[in-house]
Design a protein around this ligand. Structure first.
Ligand SMILES: [Zn+2]
Length: 89
């Protein structure tokens, strides 16, 4: 049963695994940009802790898969322990 590796929207097999670290780093980098925006508009300071929370949640979350055909992305429902050795971290 490899349903987790197929696109749940269009059923395509052309899916790509996206490491959660990309999202974690993106949100941390985004919060860095918000600090600069917050200097101009203090309104943006509200979003900084939100970005951090999302980044921390993603840090403890699972990797995300993205479909190459419809660009739909979803989280991995199952974790295959046997495949962990193949991944470079
Ligand atoms: Zn798809």
């Amino acid at each position: 049963m490899d349903n987790w590796s197929k696109c749940p929207r269009c059923g395509s097999n052309r899916v790509q695994k996206i490491s959660k670290w990309i999202y974690v780093l993106t949100f941390f980098a985004g919060s860095g940009c918000l600090i600069w925006l917050g200097i101009i508009l203090p309104f943006f300071w509200i979003f900084i802790p939100i970005f951090w929370i999302i980044a921390i949640v993603m840090l403890f979350g699972k990797d995300v898969w993205q479909c190459q055909d419809c660009k739909y992305s979803w989280k991995v429902q199952k974790v295959k322990k046997s495949n962990d050795k193949q991944e470079s971290k």
